[in-house]
Design a binder for this molecule. Structure first.
Ligand code: HEM
Length: 405
């Protein structure tokens, strides 16, 4: 059989087949948001031959169908393939992101109290300190390579603080994160997943003996159905905080800084009135929604006239929902007065537990850059580089920075 034909089950209507590689399609040209938005021109549900790390699957292309898939967990299961358990060869389900209701609820209840807006307020000082520490390393130089010097490091620092882990492992963490999220060689990704596992295992055992923060005490001492949380449940929870909060924040702040560096009027407006930053963040999160997540079809059914089979993968590129022209007028225009309703942090049962932490991180980064620097611009003669894939983010973003006198 032709290799492409193997990727198209007989049940898929031919008119919905899109013979393309998601990563190649999204990296064409020099604007990934415009590149992926071409899918808005086709049907709301398509079958892509190379949709997720080369695996075939459905891709939902409109806000209404993406929303529906997020909410309908009975048909669109989060207990899906291709994740950490497969790489480790151990039953570590990312907890709670890979667990369906009703079991999901008990785990989510463990985390929720530690991630409320009130609980996250405590983090303002450490987050700001960490931001200033990183900025101090390049502010006198008048320039920086924002992706590696700031964006990658910042959320890793926050994660280490959140988990009360020593900073001396920062270099390792950054390397593993990069290999896990963007390694093209599957063995490199597996190696990174295992290194993270070994380190988290050591830290988890120490915390079980002697928990050092309220969050860690809450996790290691959690009760699930009136029994202590077990090894794999707890490991899944440690692991999800690692994978949930790093690439997402790193990628989002890269796009925000890239946009600010190009739109100097907006930069000046925000600098003159920092109270506009929270509304700007909502618009940035809409326009720069970096996550492509996925689900697995739980049972055969027909979705908007399309026959889906148990086990099919379904990809949800959130940027297609948040730039859907049927929902947002001129979706590619960034307008901080728009005050959009968006789903950058997902919706339904699995909506992001770290949303309040993430928004505080974004706010503090924007405030610190705008108050430290009188002007931020792209470095002339340089070309920023980005990747697409499961998260869209900058690998190389050289900036020029004028300090405020
Ligand atoms: C700008 C930053 C962030 C973005 C865009 C983002 C986005 C998302 C999205 C889209 C989901 C839903 C995924 C799905 O349903 O398949 C999610 C879930 C989740 N996120 Fe975030 N996230 C961010 C930051 C964070 C941070 C900082 C943390 C860690 C504290 C975090 C932890 C989680 C967890 C644990 C879940 C799973 C929740 C559940 O299954 O109930 N995220 N996030």
């Amino acid at each position: 059989m032709h290799p492409t034909a193997e990727r198209i089950p007989a049940t898929v209507p031919p008119e919905l087949v899109h013979e393309a590689d998601f990563d190649a399609l999204t990296s064409e040209g020099n604007d990934p948001w415009a590149a992926i938005a071409r899918l808005h021109e086709g049907p709301p549900v398509i079958w892509m031959t190379h949709a997720n790390y080369g695996r075939p699957g459905w891709v939902l292309t409109r806000q209404d169908v993406i929303n529906e898939a997020f909410i309908d967990y009975e048909h669109f299961s989060s207990e899906r393939p291709g994740m950490i358990a497969d790489m480790l060869g151990e039953p570590v389900r990312l907890n709670p992101i890979e667990i369906d209701p009703p079991r999901h609820h008990a785990y989510r209840q463990v985390l929720n109290p530690f991630f409320t807006p009130k609980a996250m307020k405590e983090f303002d000082d450490p987050v700001r300190r960490c931001c200033r520490e990183l900025i101090a390393q390049f502010k006198d130089r008048g320039e920086c390579e924002f992706a590696q010097e700031f964006a990658v490091r910042f959320p890793s620092y926050i994660f280490l603080d959140l988990m009360d882990m020593p900073r001396d492992r920062l270099g390792d963490f950054i390397g593993w994160q990069d290999q896990l999220m963007r390694g093209t060689d599957p063995m490199v990704r597996v190696g990174a997943a295992r290194s993270i596992y070994a380190y988290l295992k050591e830290h988890m055992a120490a915390q079980q003996r002697n928990p050092t923060t309220a969050l860690l005490r809450g996790m290691v001492g959690a009760e699930i159905d009136d029994r202590p949380i077990d090894y794999y449940e707890l490991m899944g929870m440690f692991y999800v905080l690692y994978v949930g909060g790093l690439d997402t924040v790193y990628s989002t702040i890269g796009w925000i800084m890239h946009h600010l560096a190009k739109d100097r009027d907006l930069q000046a407006r925000l600098r003159a009135d920092l109270s506009l930053v929270p509304q700007a963040i909502e618009e940035f999160c809409r326009a720069f929604s970096v996550v492509v997540t996925h689900r697995q079809v739980a049972k055969d059914f027909v979705f908007h006239g399309v026959p889906m089979k148990k086990g099919d993968e379904v990809n949800l590129p959130i940027m297609l929902a948040n730039r859907d022209p049927a929902v947002h007028e001129n979706p590619h225009v960034i307008d901080i007065d728009r005050k959009p309703r968006h789903i950058a942090f997902g919706t339904g049962t699995h909506n992001c537990v770290g949303i309040h932490l993430a928004k505080r991180e974004l706010r503090i980064v924007i405030e610190e850059f705008l108050t430290t620097f009188a002007d931020i611009r792209l470095k002339p003669g340089e070309t920023p580089r980005y990747h697409t894939g499961r998260t869209f983010g900058f690998d190389y973003l050289p900036l020029e920075l004028d300090q405020r006198s």
